[in-house]
Design a protein around this ligand. Structure first.
Ligand code: ADP
Ligand code: MG
Length: 268
């Protein structure tokens, strides 16, 4: 496991900052007649990293959109304390990277009412640069969004989420399309964020969930199980979540192991 990096910690946050807990009660969501989520009840502990795992189409992004209040849902989602600032890093496929803006201009959008075409003030430039430096992307500011690689785009989206000074940081599949260096940076940042704010991350990567999750929610249209990683990384739980035999998740076994072997770590 990597050392916690104080550099990765947002400057305005400290380990003593208040963090937010979230509780979901019987959340249901549908698109037209098609029911996506049913009776989802789960907890997100305060100030910890919660990882949502589950198969493609299992409703992970839909649940995130419910949390963000972007789509209607049944049931209740309670934030404690209420009305937190939520920083959101969307799934890369949900982001239009061909907006005709540089990374600096994109990041400045939420910080100023002044039209972008008038140029950025010194104060805004410094805030944007600080956010990019935090995610080790200081050199990307002048580049057009459309010219960024997958990993670079993710860094800019993460900088954008951090600029909102979030109480909760929500990341949807942040490692998708990112190379091994990007993954390592993400691991470092996640470690640095511990105790700074509540993190909710969707990940299809079991190694990431096991290495960084304090709490794991297994979602396949409903909550199959939730708990600390040692409870979740059991063959029966993973099979019930992904609907696969363990051999397909961890390599072939003649008989199912009693404890799921660790997947290759994302950090080593
Ligand atoms: P995951 O993030 O776990 O892969 P999603 O929440 O994206 O799953 O999707 C869950 C299901 O909802 C999928 O079957 C998907 O096709 C469907 N879905 C997602 N968004 C929409 C939409 N806007 N309209 C109709 N169906 C959708
Ligand atoms: Mg998704």
């Amino acid at each position: 496991m990597l050392e916690k990096s104080s550099q990765a910690m947002p400057p305005e946050k400290s380990p003593s900052s208040p963090a937010i807990a979230v509780e979901m009660f019987g959340v249901g969501a549908s698109f037209g007649e098609f029911e996506i989520l049913r009776e989802v009840s789960a907890q997100v502990p305060k100030g910890r990293q919660t990882i949502i795992i589950g198969p493609n189409g299992g409703g992970k992004s839909t649940l995130i959109h419910c949390l963000l209040g972007q789509i209607p849902y049944e049931g209740r989602i309670v934030f404690d304390p209420p009305r937190p600032r939520i920083g959101y890093v969307p799934q890369r496929s949900d982001f239009d990277r061909y907006l005709p803006l540089t990374a600096n201009e994109f990041l400045a959008l939420g910080l100023t009412r002044r039209p972008i075409w008038l140029g950025l003030s010194g104060v805004i430039r410094r805030r944007v640069k600080a956010a990019l430096d935090l995610v080790k992307a200081g050199a990307l500011g002048g580049k057009p969004l459309g010219g960024l690689s997958g990993g670079e785009t993710q860094k800019v989206l993460l900088a954008s989420a951090l600029l909102t000074d979030p109480d909760i940081l929500v990341l949807d599949e942040p490692a998708t399309g990112v190379d091994v260096y990007g993954e390592q940076l993400l691991c470092e940042l996640l470690e640095g964020f511990k105790s700074c704010f509540t993190v909710i991350m969707v990940s299809h990567d079991l190694a990431t969930a096991r290495a960084h999750g304090d709490w794991v929610i297994c979602l396949n249209r409903r909550v199959v199980e939730q708990g600390p990683p040692e409870k979740i990384f059991q063959p029966a739980t993973l099979s019930a979540t992904f609907g696969l035999h363990q051999g397909l998740i961890f390599g072939s076994h003649q008989t199912e192991p009693e404890v799921a072997p660790a997947p290759p770590s994302c950090c080593h």
